[in-house]
Structure formats: C-alpha cells, structure tokens
Design a protein around this ligand. Structure first.
Ligand SMILES: Cc1cc2nc3c(=O)[nH]c(=O)nc-3n(C[C@H](O)[C@H](O)[C@H](O)COP(=O)(O)OP(=O)(O)OC[C@H]3O[C@@H](n4cnc5c(N)ncnc54)[C@H](O)[C@@H]3O)c2cc1C
Length: 506
C-alpha cells in the first residue's frame, strides 16, 4: 500500500517512521527545503536562531513519553538542560518582604512551596492547595497516555483509569480556576501581582501552568542542546534509514479525489503522485479548504473555520539577536514591564516583554557570545499576513521599525544591549504562515478550550472521504511536540489495525 504524507514536521516524520516500521511504503511531500515545520532553527552568520523549542516533555528516562521518543531517536545521545527556574517575573508595583521585585517560578515544587510560604505566610492554605495539585499531577503521565483509539483499549487499560481518580478529583476542583481568580483570593500583594502577571495580564486556566510545572519538577521537560533543527533531524534521519523518502521543495497543491475516494496528491509543479492513502500532517485549514477545496465538510467543520470556539493559538512576533556577550548573569527567561507601552502596527499594545537568553546552549553561538529572543504574542496575525501579501515593501518597513522599537525597549532594560548586537533577525506571524502554512500563523494549533482535557475538535478523518487521515498538532488542542508525536503514532496504529497488521516498533 502506497501512502503519501503531506508535511515533514514532527508529525509527518513520526507517522512516516511508524508506517515504514510496519511495512507500508510512504513518501513525504514537504514544501520547504528541510524538515521541521514549526520546529525550526536557522543560521544567520555564526549564530543559530531558534524559532521554537524551549522544552520537550519526556526528556527524562523515567517518563513514558521518553519511551515514545526513544522509539524514534537514540534518546541517551541527546543532551538536555533542565532549568531551576521556569521563568522570572518582574513585577511593576509590589516587592516581596525582602525588597525584591522579581517572582521566581521555581521548577522544583518543594522549593517553590517554601519560597511562596516565605513570601506570603498569610496565604499558606491557598499556596498548599496550589502546590498540592502539582504533587498529585507529578505521579501521573501528563497528558494521560492511554491509547485514544477505542479498539486498542483492552480492559486492563480501561481499569487503569481507576488509578487516575485522585487526579480527576484535583482536576474537577481546579478546572475553572484561572490565574486571575486565584490572584483575587490571595492576600499578599506581591503574590497577587505575580499571579496576575503570569500571562502578562491575560487570563489562563491554572491547570495550563500546573500541568507542565509538575513535569518540570521531575526534570522531564528539558531543552535539547543544539535546538529545534538538531532535534528534528534525528527523526528525519531515522525516517530515511527506515526506507522512507522525503521530497523537499514539493508543495502539495491538491489532494486528488475521485468521488469519495482519495487517489493521491498533485504538486504545485504539476506532478501527480498516486497513493492509496493520503495523510495530512500539515495545517488543518489549508488541507480542508485548499487542498480539498472545501468539498468534504460538515457543520462542525464550518463552525471551526469561523475561529470562534475554540480559537487558534496566538502567533508571535520575534526579535532574535546574536550578541557578542554571554549575559550569563541573566536568568534564561524573564518577563518584565516596559517603560512605555510598545504599540505594534497590528494594534497590539505591549506593556510587558518576554526575553529569552540562550546562554545555556553553547551550540547556538560562538564562544563568549549568545542568542537572545524577545517574543511578542499576538492575536492579530492576519494584519502581518495580509500586509506581506498586499504591500511587501510596507511589510518590511513595518516589521523593521517595530523591531527597532522593541530593541530600544530592551536596551533600556539591559543597558548596552544594542551595542552588543552582531546579527538581528525578525520573525512575524507572516513568516510562520508562509513557511509552514499554519492557519493565522498559529504556533500550536487550537487553544485548549474551557475543558482542557476535552477531546480534539478535529477528527482524524473527513466526512464523505475515504483513504484520508489527519495527524499532528491540529488534532490535539494545545499542540506541542509530544502530542504531535502521539497523534502520529496513534494514527499509524489505527492504519495497522485497519489493515490487520500487528503494530510493530523496530
Ligand atoms: C515559537 C514557538 C515555540 C514553541 N515551543 C514549543 C516547545 O517549547 N515545546 C513543544 O513541545 N512545542 C513547542 N512549539 C509547538 C511545536 O513546534 C508544534 O506544535 C509542532 O512542531 C507541530 O508539528 P506538526 O508537524 O504537527 O506541524 P508543523 O510543524 O506545522 O508541520 C507541518 C509541515 O507541513 C508542511 N506543509 C504545509 N503545507 C504544505 C503543503 N501544501 N505541501 C507540502 N508541505 C506542506 C510545512 O512546511 C511543515 O513542514 C512551539 C512552536 C512555536 C512556533
């Protein structure tokens, strides 16, 4: 059976590997000249800029996700860095009782607990509750790894759900709590402000914070030295060694159908490639409305395309700097208030900034130098995408001017920074969109909805179409590498089951 896969991101590569392991003949069609999709890093002069990875869940050998990664990558050969502090949040108004304005979000739960209790003994009960969720969570696989293919769930696995009851209890207790509702309950002004600013003033479910923190505590959300492209290239190499072939520089224009059956893919260059099965590991919106011309939709899909509920993840405007200092004295990730709000041409006003120092990865910069990245998330990505398409010169002017404004702000925070810059690069939502096709430049597919454990809004198949499947981050709200890997593995298992093959890993 011949299978055509669209996209050589983590999902296309992973599903390709598992299918090759199980005797299917697969070919990947990728629009770019290298693999990775959103999981990208690139060279500028002597520097390697990373536009993606900060952490990969499953980096510790005790974690079930490590087992999955190890099926595709020789994990012991990958060096991971684990940070003691997830991020430093500089407050605008309050100081703690020692006069410090910075809240340290420690990755070690015990340390975080004693730090918070020291700052705010009057909030002991609330702090213990918050820490308690993470203590419970750290005993479980996050997210639960039970197969989400009903046919593959033996009774034993269903029974295992009983062991999840303490987690379910915590989940029900905390599912509606947000950083802002929690902040309102706190009495200590410093801690209150810290929780208000966890998401730069935005409101998010607290579980979105506690879930990864419980994994950081286990040192199982490390950063892979060498960055995104190095990590992804392990899987691309594995796919090749399993006999798979990747056609780079081969954008797919259409998925060829005959009535209700898939027949293959048509490339932009006019080449037709026959296939018995087509898997889209590329963007959901592009696949449904461009590659399949909106012919296989139902009411649910049309509602999703309105981007009301759930919404897509924001995109990001990034200013990347190659600098001639290491800035080792700086924490690896800081969030801080800016002197005067920075107004983006897309209309977003930034009163705070997020700055990432990559001094812990010597592979990205020459000796005594490093990479710094400012990330400015935006829900107005269409502004950049439309501007680039409609007026390229103005787009370049706007992004350069805004990047310079950001650099001015950063220079005020870290005096002398501007002078230390050797190379600067700017990434906009239009870059992510153009490079990967992700709808609205979304960095992780759908935002998790009200119920963060809810099933995906997107099915792996489309109504009225046979021989077609989706996998990848658009099939798992919240996205990210590990869920993309898992969705791809699940799909390979499902295809094996349908073809009466025993799923094998080799
Ligand atoms: C700034 C940023 C930070 C992130 N940080 C993290 C992190 O720290 N940890 C983490 O786990 N995740 C992180 N993510 C999310 C993670 O990168 C994504 O969820 C994941 O890479 C999605 O992989 P995918 O293969 O499903 O999709 P994609 O990466 O979008 O891959 C789709 C592929 O399909 C190709 N394609 C699209 N259209 C076509 C076409 N018509 N023809 C041929 N090919 C096509 C694209 O070029 C691309 O290669 C981050 C993402 C961003 C942008």
């Amino acid at each position: 059976m011949k299978i055509a896969i669209i996209g050589a991101g983590i999902s296309g590569l992973s599903v390709g590997c598992y299918l090759q392991m199980n005797g299917f003949e697969t070919e990947i069609y990728e629009k770019n000249i290298h693999p990775g999709g959103l999981c990208a890093s690139w060279k500028r002069g002597d520097f390697t800029f990373d536009g993606c990875l900060q952490w990969v869940m499953g980096s510790d050998s005790g974690s079930p996700f490590y087992g999955l990664w190890n099926e595709l990558i020789d994990m012991p050969s990958v060096e991971f860095v684990n940070h003691d502090v997830r991020m430093d949040i500089e407050l605008a108004v309050n100081s703690d009782r020692h006069g410090n304005k910075v809240f340290h979000l420690y990755t070690n739960i015990n340390r975080l607990e004693s730090y918070m209790l020291d700052i705010a003994p009057e909030d002991a009960l609330l702090i213990k509750g918050f820490i308690g969720v993470m203590r419970t969570m750290k005993h479980y696989e996050m997210p639960p790894m039970l197969d989400n293919i009903p046919e593959l769930q033996p009774l034993r696995k269903k029974m295992a759900m009983i062991t999840y009851l303490p987690l379910v209890w915590q989940y029900l207790k905390w599912k509606n709590q947000t950083n802002l509702t929690f902040a309102r309950k706190l009495s200590n002004p410093f801690l209150k402000e810290a929780f208000e600013l966890l998401y730069d003033g935005d409101e998010q479910k607290l579980l979105i914070l506690t879930m990864p923190l419980s994994v950081f505590d286990k040192k199982s959300a490390g950063y892979p030295i060498g960055g995104s492209m190095k990590f992804i290239s392990h899987i691309a190499t594995r796919y090749g060694s399993l006999g798979g072939s990747i056609h780079y520089n081969s954008p797919v224009k259409r998925i060829i159908t005959n009535g209700s059956a898939v027949r293959g893919v048509l490339l932009e260059n006019g080449t037709e490639a026959h296939a018995d099965l087509v898997i889209s590991a590329a963007d959901w919106h592009y696949t449904v409305f461009e590659a399949l011309e909106g012919k296989f939709v139902n009411q649910k899909i049309l509602e999703l395309a309105k981007n009301t509920k759930p919404k897509v993840y924001p995109s990001v405007f990034m200013v990347l700097l190659g600098v001639n200092k290491t800035y080792k004295e700086q924490p690896h990730l800081i969030k801080f208030p800016v002197e005067s709000p920075a107004l983006s041409p897309d209309g977003t006003e930034y009163r705070r900034m997020e700055l990432h120092f990559y001094h812990y990865d010597p592979a990205l910069a020459p000796k005594d130098k490093t990479i710094i990245a400012a990330s400015l998330y935006t829900n107005n990505s269409e502004y950049w995408i439309n501007l680039r398409a409609g007026d390229y010169d103005q787009y370049i002017k706007s992004k350069t001017q805004f990047a310079e404004l950001i650099l001015d702000q950063l220079d005020k925070k870290i005096p002398g920074l501007r002078q230390s810059v050797e190379v600067m690069d700017v990434v906009t939502p239009a870059t992510y969109h153009r490079y990967t096709n992700n709808w609205m430049g979304s960095v992780q597919g759908w935002m998790p909805g009200k119920d963060i454990l809810a099933a995906s809004p997107v099915d792996m198949t489309l109504p009225g179409l046979s021989g077609f499947y989706f996998c990848g981050h658009w099939t798992v709200p919240g996205g990210g590498l590990p869920p993309s890997l898992k969705s791809s593995r699940d799909l390979a298992q499902r295809i094996c089951l349908k073809n009466k093959k025993r799923f094998r890993i080799r």
